[in-house]
Design a binder for this molecule. Structure first.
Ligand code: CDP
Ligand code: CDP
Length: 223
């Protein structure tokens, strides 16, 4: 049996990973896997249960009775946490502020990495996150690291949240994203960094369509 196609997309917050990965997957007919949504779903449960996002022991126990599923839908993915659709609830500023702390916990990374690899072994995937090219799918044929200036990334996320009715100020959002990038890059296990064989693309000033076309061009006929 020929090896399944795997496309890994990593990068900092607001770089456009989810948007680009989703469109690319649709174009190629691959499964789109948003690994950040999985970390967000676990974080939502931590907050709902009133646990401390830094409490490794309590969170490891909680994970033994936690299930996260990603269901492909017309508009992206639906995220299901223990049977409940939490697709919108995982995008709140509260979850964004706590997620990097939860994502540092070894038991959390271990469990989610196993789920993510299983999807990559079963289907052709476009998977986005922070450690896809380095840890989750190190054998992926195609690895991209998308980035953009912090100001542009914060501006993109600000406009997105505003359109959904959230009122976080631009300054506090920029600060939160910078802190999250710092925590994600500085953690011991699976830090945010480009894989050695990743193609790095600075998307500052590029539209969504331009980035998708650039990736398709770089993939050439190799999919
Ligand atoms: O969309 P945004 O870039 O804001 O974040 P996300 O992709 O939804 O990921 C949320 C958080 O989950 C990140 O800031 C990381 O702390 C964590 N994460 C991770 O540690 N490893 C991944 N593969 C994906 C996300
Ligand atoms: O997943 P990640 O945090 O890397 O970014 P995203 O959630 O895909 O994109 C954040 C916001 O920026 C979304 O509202 C996208 O529509 C927008 N975006 C953009 O305006 N231009 C791009 N080149 C990429 C994304």
């Amino acid at each position: 049996m020929s090896k399944l196609q795997q496309i890994a997309i990593d990068g900092p917050a607001g770089a456009g990973k989810s948007t680009i990965a989703r469109l690319l997957a649709r174009q190629l007919g691959y499964l789109y896997v948003d690994t950040g949504a999985m970390y967000r779903a676990v974080t939502l449960k931590v907050l709902k249960q009133g646990l401390d996002p830094g409490d490794e022991k309590e969170i490891a126990d909680m994970l033994t009775e936690t299930e996260v599923d990603l269901i492909p839908a017309t508009e992206g993915l639906r995220v299901i946490l223990d049977g409940e659709d939490v697709s919108d609830a995982i995008r709140t500023p509260q979850v964004s502020q706590a997620v990097s702390q939860v994502a540092r916990i070894p038991a959390v990374r271990e469990k989610l990495t196993i789920w993510q690899r299983a999807l990559g072994e079963k289907w052709p995937v476009v998977m986005d996150g922070r450690d896809i090219g380095t840890v989750v799918l190190p054998e992926a044929e195609h690895k991209f690291f998308l980035t953009a200036s912090l100001e542009e990334r914060a501006r993109r996320r600000y406009l997105e949240l505003k359109s959904k009715g959230y009122t976080q100020s631009f300054e506090s959002l920029l600060e939160e994203m910078a802190l999250r990038d710092k925590m994600d890059s500085g953690r011991e296990i699976a830090p945010l960094k480009p894989a050695e064989d990743a193609q790095i693309i600075d998307t500052t000033g590029m539209t969504i369509e331009e980035v998708v076309n650039e990736l398709l061009k770089r993939l050439g006929g190799n999919t």
